[in-house]
Design a protein around this ligand. Structure first.
Ligand code: 1HN
Length: 343
């Protein structure tokens, strides 16, 4: 049967046919919003430390890790177009967690890869597969997927950190798994001291087989020393990557971390990526242009960098250091990573 152009000016679908679509759970592509590839709607969102710190300390008064497992306030960007993902940017999740003196967040493990970036406190530790990782401000601690991890604050100061995870990715892939303690069949781990000279790595089957960094703690002091003397990157900043010492690659298969230092009065050249990211301000004050939005930031603020937006950071005075976590490795492995530097 042929259809004339005249038919097309009216709805060609009869009520009877529409009823057939509904009865068979069919939608037609020419009426689908996805058919038209709408532009991304996600916007940058900043959480200012001055706003959320008191909320966390109020929350700490009424909650116990012994009961709720983890005292985490999730940072959920309302503009992320993915209901239920609770993500901060794309398929990345972030939260603020606190552990008061005497508290213990008991061991568990999950398929999600996670990392912790410490904001404040002294004397707490995260134990990853039996390896103790001190939690001092500016430290990065990684807990790769399916590694046992617990947080302890025996007699330290109240300690607060940012948790960053690939939870929304696992939700999308149907691969989220969780196992509570007690710890069973712990993995053998290698002391960080075997890697930290930077010039030597152990030769062992276990080292080669592992898909994540054998170092679980990257100290603030080491990162700061490295970025101070780093040459200028293509975007004009000094930037260092937190590297797996065996491969030179990202610390986790799905999350890649960087420390960027920007000098007073300078701005980075705009970059645009198909991956999502977020920044934690280590120190300094500045602002970041993210597409049409201008985000002002100070120490310990957290802000998102939605995919597909041009991003440029500016430091207002002194020096600023930004910690960035990105899921660019996920995109790279799938052949979906595009990264551009403004001309
Ligand atoms: C988790 O295991 C931790 O171990 C923190 O500290 C945040 C958010 C979602 C799922 C698991 C932790 C988390 C989490």
């Amino acid at each position: 049967m042929s259809t004339t152009a005249a038919n097309y000016s009216d709805d060609p679908v009869s009520p009877e046919l529409r009823a057939q679509y509904a009865a068979n759970d069919i939608t037609v592509l020419w009426e689908s919003p996805n058919g038209a590839l709408p532009p991304p709607s996600e916007r940058a969102r900043v959480w200012h430390w001055g706003d959320i710190r008191p909320v966390m300390f109020e929350t700490a008064k009424i909650t116990l890790p012994a009961i709720i497992e983890r005292r985490v306030m999730q940072l959920v960007n309302p503009t992320v177009d993915n209901p239920g993902s609770e993500s901060i940017a794309g398929l990345l999740n972030a939260g603020i967690q606190a552990l008061m003196p005497g508290e213990h967040a008991r061991p568990h493990r999950h398929s999600m890869h996670a990392l912790r970036f410490v904001l404040e406190g002294h004397g707490a530790e995260t134990v990853v597969e039996g390896k103790s990782c001190a939690m001092e401000p500016g430290d990065l601690i990684v807990t790769p997927g399916w590694t046992w991890h617990e947080h302890r604050n025996v007699e330290g100061q109240p300690t607060v950190w940012v948790d960053i995870l690939d939870a929304a990715l696992h939700r999308a892939f149907g691969t989220a798994r969780f196992q509570p303690g007690p710890i069973q069949s712990p993995r053998s781990v290698i002391a960080d001291a075997a890697f930290t000279s930077g010039a030597f790595v152990p030769v062992a089957a276990q080292v080669e087989a592992q898909s994540y960094s054998p170092i679980f703690r990257y100290s603030a002091a080491d990162a700061r020393r490295a970025v101070e003397v780093a040459p200028t990157a293509a975007d004009g900043s000094r930037t260092v990557r937190y590297a797996d010492p065996v491969t030179g690659g990202a610390v986790l298969p799905t999350i890649d971390c960087y420390l960027t230092q920007i000098e007073a009065g300078t701005a980075t050249h705009a970059v645009r990526s198909s991956a999502s990211a977020l920044c934690v301000v280590v120190d300094g004050e500045g602002e970041t242009q993210v597409g049409d939005d201008l985000v002002s930031w100070g120490p310990k603020d957290v802000f998102s960098l939605p995919q597909g937006q041009w991003v440029s950071h500016r430091c207002k005075h002194g020096k600023a250091r930004l910690f960035t976590a990105s899921n660019r490795e996920v995109f790279r492995h799938l052949g979906l990573l595009t990264e551009e530097l403004a001309a």
